[in-house]
Design a protein around this ligand. Structure first.
Ligand code: FES
Length: 79
């Protein structure tokens, strides 16, 4: 099953498969997500998703059951 992922603030939308790693989708979209440990512990890769939740992109896959997901990379602006 395929869905759309929209990356902000660049406003790039790409198609992604359910279960595909978010980092891989971002790379295909030409969007850069900083990473460190790739194990979910350093939080370098944190991004916001549309309900205000923060996820670690390195350990998160495209979720099932929704047609579109917005990922906001501008987390650092709020610090
Ligand atoms: S790269 Fe360290 S938590 Fe994702």
């Amino acid at each position: 099953m395929s869905m759309k992922i929209r990356f902000l603030p660049d406003d790039v939308t790409v198609h992604a498969e359910v279960g595909e790693p978010i980092l891989q989708v971002a790379e295909r979209a030409g969007v850069f997500i900083p990473t460190g440990c790739l194990m979910g512990s350093c939080h370098a890769c944190e991004v916001d998703i549309e309900n205000g939740e923060t996820i670690c992109a390195c350990i998160t896959a495209v979720p099932a059951g929704i047609p579109q997901l917005t990922i906001n990379l501008s987390v650092d602006d709020n610090w």
